[in-house]
Design a protein around this ligand. Structure first.
Ligand SMILES: [Fe+2]
Length: 205
């Protein structure tokens, strides 16, 4: 069993009509107007470049889009109302690489891949040489050169499965060839504790 992600089979799959409505909303929208990502305004992330095997890439980022009421209802009814932020996220098409980082605010992420962004999009977790696996530095860790990163695990996530992901171990996404769209439910550690303890949801069982 993976240390870094876990499928959550007790959460129902997203109904096709909700997925279709979300995609319709995204593709009919001006994404630059919808973006609610704090990092869209953070200079540190505007032109972040990472070096992998001596090749430099500008790191992709995500454009955060508020969820429509029906999708939020689905999350509230089937997963939780206790979360830090719940949104759709679409990659900004800058490059095939979303550079290595730990997440800034959330302790865990529940995600559902709607569009994978290509047939071989890989999420990887890494340990930085001579550093602990779990990185709780604030605001976060953003290594620029991969020569000090040791791969721990990788996965090609399937679509329309609910997945719990570790965000405080350095991770990245590679091989993004087209729009990668996911639904994200960001959790504080306390939210996760509440989910584990919840007699109703048992989503971690
Ligand atoms: Fe992340």
């Amino acid at each position: 069993m993976s240390e870094y992600y876990k499928f959550l089979p007790k959460i129902p799959a997203l109904p096709d009509n909700l997925i279709a409505e979300l995609l319709d909303y995204i593709y009919k929208s001006d994404l630059s107007q919808l973006n609610t990502s704090w990092w869209a305004k953070d200079e540190k992330y505007q032109n972040r470049r990472v070096k992998i095997n001596e090749v430099e890439y500008t790191s992709s980022k995500g454009i955060l889009i508020d969820l429509q009421p029906k999708l939020l209802d689905f999350i509230h009814n089937n997963i939780t109302r206790d979360y830090l932020k719940s949104a759709a996220i679409i990659t900004d098409r800058v490059s095939p690489v979303w550079g290595a980082h730990t997440d800034t605010t959330r302790r865990f992420l529940i995600l559902n891949i709607i569009e994978p962004g290509g047939p071989n999009v890989i999420t990887r977790w890494y340990q930085e040489k001579d550093k602990p696996v779990f990185r709780f530095e604030k605001p976060n860790v953003t290594p620029l050169d991969y020569s000090n990163l040791i791969e721990l695990e990788k996965v090609c996530y399937p679509t329309n499965r609910w997945i719990l992901m570790e965000t405080k171990v350095i991770h990245d996404i590679q091989n993004i060839m087209s729009d990668r769209i996911a639904i994200n439910v960001g959790l504080f550690a306390e939210d996760t504790d509440r989910l584990i303890d919840s007699p109703i949801y048992k989503v971690f069982g």
